[in-house]
Every structure is written in C-alpha cells, then in structure tokens.
Design a protein around this ligand. Structure first.
Ligand code: FMN
Length: 303
C-alpha cells in the first residue's frame, strides 16, 4: 500500500527547515546588529516594554535573538534532522514546534500592532502543527506492531471460525489475538471495492453513511460446519463495516452460534451494531465485545 506517512514526513521536514533556518538567520542578524537595524526593527523595540524584566532583557535584540535561536531555530533544525533519520521523536517534535511557533506569535500579537508577517507566521505554525499531527497518525498506522507468524495456536480448533474485515490492520490484529485464544480458523472478508488509502477511506465512508452493503469476494467456506463463528468488525459511521454487512446478509441462516467483536476509535460501545448482525444472521442476543483502539492501543470497554 502506498505510504501516507512519507509525504507528510517530507512536508514536516520542509516546515522545520523553513522555520528553523529563518529563525537562525533572524537571530544572527540580531547578534550582528543588536539594535535590529539589519531587519529594520529599531522602531519596534519600545513595544517590548510591556514584557517582564523589559528594562534588563529588551534594551536591545540580544536576548530576543538568543530566545529566537533556542525556541524556533535549533529546535526545528533538530526536529528536521530526526525526521531525515526517520525517527519517531522527530515526528512528535516537528508537530510540537509548530505549536511553539503559534505561542511565540501569540505573544507578538499581544505586544505589536497587527501586521502581515505575524499573521503569516501564525498560519505557518498552524500548518506545521497540523502536518505533524497527520504525520503522527500515519506513522502509527503504518507501524502497527503485528507479526502474523507469532500466533501459533490459530487453526488448531476446526469447530471455531473467526471472521474479520480490516482496512488498516487493527481489526486484523484483534482477530488474530481472538483466534489464537481458542485455536479458531481465520477468514478475512475481502471487499472488491477500493478501501485502502485516503480515497478508499472516503469511498468506505460513502457506503457507511448510506448503510449500503459493499460487494465482497465470495466466501469459500461452508459456515454451517462450524459450531461457533466470531465476527470482528470495525465500526464505520456508528454501524458495522459495509463488507461485514454483506457477509452477514450472505451468511443468513448458515451460522449456528456467533459472538461479535466491535472495533472503533471513539468511546461509545456501539452495541447496536451487534444487534444488526444478529438480525441479519437470524440469531438473537449473541455475546459482544466492544474494543476501542487509539494509536494502536486497544482497550476493551465491555466483555
Ligand atoms: C468509513 C469509516 C467510518 C468510521 N466511522 C467510525 C465511527 O463512527 N466511530 C468510530 O469510533 N470509529 C469510526 N471509524 C474508525 C474505525 O472504526 C477504526 O479506525 C478501526 O480501528 C479501523 O479498523 P481497521 O484498521 O481494522 O480497518 C471509521 C472508519 C472508517 C474507515
């Protein structure tokens, strides 16, 4: 699957270098001419009078230059270096330094009259912070700790089946864990529509919002052969995932007993989704487990 992390990593490197090099350049100008004349900032010095210790720190631009170098210069260059080396810390710091820049400019909003440069740099800080957030999410999605070969017990119990559908691998990981506990066999529901990547997300959203069943590859298994089937589904738009809806419709009357595992990002338990699967399969009051997953961390909300 095409990486979504890589473009955001490059964009974050751009922001860190742009802000970092600019800040180092600005600080150097302040050190060379502490009166601010290189950048035409001599007339702005009196505005610093409202800040604490202004009579000591802000009689010239030496302290401002030092603060600029440390807060926006070295920090952003360090984040860029970590990002070049593909370090997770670089992703976090790159985003955080976008917030730092916004806070810096907020102070400038308070002491200087409103001006174009402050508005522009606040926008840059916001863009950097949002790029960092996106990079962090994509990094987490693409570095899900999952080794299918480490679940040795899967497939040892021929009477139990675990069925799952997964776009990003979270439900897959949970399905593997569930199957490993009982030794169940595993079956992955394969949608025939595009579900991967950003376009896939929106396409899935369309099916989810309309409560449509999404076309899937025909299940080759004889479901009536199993004593028990566990169905693991991500929650899409407060309901079961569209490919799971199709699977349940196709499997009506074939499954003897079932239980459900619901995986979602937000805190509600989405128990209505289990009710929908029961209705589609012709079962009633099947056990349900609701699991919240954030940044790869699973939390069971109900047993
Ligand atoms: C189209 C779509 C709609 C979603 N709607 C919800 C939702 O309503 N509530 C929620 O908590 N999570 C929602 N999610 C998030 C998924 O439930 C969550 O990311 C899940 O962990 C994905 O599992 P997977 O990696 O196995 O595909 C939605 C995801 C998609 C793709």
């Amino acid at each position: 699957m095409k990486s979504r992390f890589e473009p955001t990593r490059c964009a974050l490197i751009f922001w860190c270098l742009f802000i970092g090099i600019g800040a180092v350049g600005g600080a150097c100008c302040m050190f060379i001419r502490p009166d601010g004349s290189i950048m035409g900032m001599e007339t702005l010095l009196p505005y610093f009078g409202v800040l604490p210790f202004a009579d000591i720190l802000f009689q010239n631009y030496l302290f401002s230059g030092f603060a600029l170098l440390v807060v926006n210069g070295i920090t952003n260059l360090l984040a860029a270096w970590l990002l070049f080396r593909r370090k997770k810390l670089g992703v976090a710091l790159g985003g955080i330094f976008g917030v730092t820049l916004m806070l810096w400019i907020t102070i400038q909003f308070c002491i200087f009259p409103l001006n174009f440069l402050d508005i522009a740099y606040f926008t840059f800080g916001l863009a950097q912070a949002l790029t960092g957030l996106a990079a962090w999410i994509f990094f987490k999605q693409e570095h899900l700790q999952f080794d299918p070969n480490s679940y040795k017990n899967i497939g040892t119990n021929a009477s139990h089946l675990v069925v799952y559908c997964s776009r990003m691998g979270y439900t897959q990981k949970l399905a593997y864990q569930t199957a490993n506990k009982t030794g169940a066999q595993l079956y992955r529901i394969v949608p025939t529509e595009k579900v991967s990547g950003t376009m896939g997300y929106w396409w899935c959203g369309r099916f989810a919002l309309h409560r449509w069943a999404m076309p899937i590859e025909k299940c080759p298994l004889d479901l009536s052969r199993y004593e028990h089937v566990t169905i693991c589904t991500p929650i899409w738009a407060f309901s079961i995932a569209a490919p799971v809806r199709t699977f349940c419709k196709d499997s009506a009357g074939k499954i003897k007993a079932a239980d459900y595992v619901l995986l979602h990002f937000s805190s509600p338990k989405y128990l209505k989704a289990a009710h929908e699967m029961d209705t589609l399969l012709g079962l009633s009051s099947s056990p349900v487990q609701s699991v919240r997953c954030r940044c790869g961390r699973f939390k069971t909300l109900t047993k």
